[in-house]
Design a protein around this ligand. Structure first.
Ligand code: ADQ
Length: 475
């Protein structure tokens, strides 16, 4: 075998987006986001390779280099995108793993496509990995890759990280292909989750469904030990530190504030997804006007909703619902020049998001279920001024770490949500600072760099004991 890569990342998407370059020619640019910036330095240091899809159906590209990373594109036909990506990944696994907040679709053609595309990723990784290489597989779209890859290349060390929740046995049991998914994951040496509870769900399922032996969070499978551990993901604190000092960002903060008539600003930033609890927060906010607790012009909600999975039916319905709801609330409670909700269905660059975080008096993060939620951590990382308040759902993974500083809420409880929003609006600067200090300590010490380092060190040095649970995450 020729000398291949000693470090590989396998993810549904490549870490680059297609853009039009200065010369008008198509070009690539590194995708924004913590995962890419956390892994990029390791990739460069170890001459790593990233295997993923470009995002364009039917496109077949040769491997190429970008930003110091070797990239191997995996083709997906339009039909595979529909069945594997929009179908099994986003219409089956996504709702099943998020407490079934929407009904999962169980479709055999979707499953077949999921197997086929996972195989393609595994074969590509087997081909480019050097002897004894480290392979890090990412997320729910590729849960079969660890076992497929181990079969092809038993010499590799394989890690897997799940970015979304891992459901309890009672829900996972619905899945017609539950055994195959578990066996797929057990091909890894280390299976990482956001929270210890998810690792515990996984181990319990291995025991009940596969009758696997286990000791604490170690599963004995196929004469190997598969470790299940929690590694709560975080944000790129140093990138955000640079942004909050930029002159143009600070000017933009003033501009946003004055455009909104110096009203108190509540902010929501989410992909437009039914797991994010957008309707619940808007309803609670609207009712505060009906109750007379808030007046138009006094407080305003800015809801940024990034377009997402627009070809999946549930997402189209959600968009219609939210847009109707915004129209209804503004129609009912707004006044000329004072809408109560500003709804923006668009994507923004990091500088604009940072300006919004700095302008917001209250950040409202109310998912019905969320693996972690980076928006909550980004807000905290940006507020070096110790101002602002975070309203945070108990059902976000981030709630475990930010418990002391956030105004925690059950998003299904609309009255509770109203009371919590009012409490956050009323918090005195001293209380805001006390809460923010506690949250910032956690986020700054546990940034995304540390997340990647801890995962890789656990993968590469299994003898090195890492506590099964982080005391800060205990309930
Ligand atoms: P997501 O469900 O996408 O991630 P989240 O963790 O909040 O959710 O990350 C979203 C990212 O997109 C943030 O970095 C945010 O700044 C950015 N973003 C949101 N709206 C944007 C907009 N309008 N324009 C530009 N950028 C925008 C999944 C899981 C989470 C888990 C992450 C990481 O669902 O639970 O935290 O992966 O593991």
């Amino acid at each position: 075998m020729s000398r291949g890569s000693e470090f590989l990342v396998v993810a549904n998407r490549l870490p680059v987006d297609r853009i039009v370059g200065a010369d008008g020619e198509p070009a690539w640019r590194r995708s924004p986001g913590g995962l890419v910036s956390a892994i990029a330095p390791v990739m460069r240091r170890r001459h790593g390779t990233w295997i993923g899809w470009t995002g364009a159906p039917g496109e077949e590209l040769e491997p190429f280099e970008e930003d110091g990373m070797a990239l191997v594109p995996i083709a997906q036909s339009a039909e595979e995108v529909e069945l594997y990506y929009e179908g099994f990944s986003n219409a089956t696994l996504w709702p099943l793993y998020h407490d079934v907040v929407a009904p999962p679709v169980y479709d055999r053609a979707m499953w077949d496509a999921y197997v086929r595309v996972n195989e393609r990723f595994a074969e590509a990784a087997a081909k480019v990995a050097g002897k004894d290489a480290i392979v890090w597989v990412q997320d729910y779209q590729l849960q079969l890759v660890p076992a497929m890859l181990r079969k092809l290349r038993p010499d590799l060390r394989i890690g897997f990280f799940l970015h979304i929740p891992f459901p309890p046995l009672e829900l996972f049991w619905q899945l017609p292909w539950r055994r195959q998914i578990l066996e797929g994951l057990l091909g890894a040496d280390l299976v990482g989750f956001q929270l210890p509870g998810a690792a515990a769900n996984f181990v319990r399922l291995c025991r009940r469904l596969l009758e696997a032996r286990y000791v604490r969070h170690d599963v004995y499978w196929d004469d190997r030990i598969v470790r299940a551990r929690a590694f709560p993901i975080s944000v790129d604190v140093s990138e955000l530190n640079d942004l909050i000092e930029r002159e143009d960002v600070l000017e933009r903060v003033q501009e946003i504030r004055s455009d909104l008539g110096d009203a108190t600003i509540l902010l929501g930033v989410d992909r437009l997804d039914y797991t994010k609890g957008i309707a619940q927060r808007l309803q609670a906010f609207g009712e505060l006007f009906g109750d007379g607790d808030l007046k138009p012009g006094q407080a305003v909600f800015v809801q940024i909703a990034t377009p997402s999975r627009e070809r999946v039916e549930q997402y189209q319905l959600l968009r219609e619902d939210i847009e109707q709801q915004v129209g209804r609330i503004n129609g009912e409670y707004g006044e000329i020049g004072f809408p109560v909700i500003h709804y923006l269905h668009s994507s923004y660059d990091r500088a604009e998001l940072t300006a919004l975080y700095l302008a917001a008096d209250v950040m409202v993060v109310t998912p019905l279920r969320d693996g972690m939620n980076l928006v909550a951590k980004e807000y905290v990382a940006c507020r070096r001024d110790m101002r602002g308040a975070l309203v945070l759902s108990e059902f976000a993974g981030a709630a475990a770490e930010l418990r002391r500083g956030a105004f925690q809420v059950n998003p299904y409880d609309i009255d509770g949500l109203k009371g919590t929003i009012l409490a956050a609006l009323d918090a005195e600067p001293a209380e805001q600072a006390r809460r923010m200090r506690s949250m910032r300590r956690r986020v700054i010490e546990h940034d995304v760099d540390r997340w990647a380092r801890e995962f890789l060190s656990e993968l590469e040095n299994p003898a090195h004991p890492v506590p099964v649970t982080d005391p800060a995450l205990e309930g």
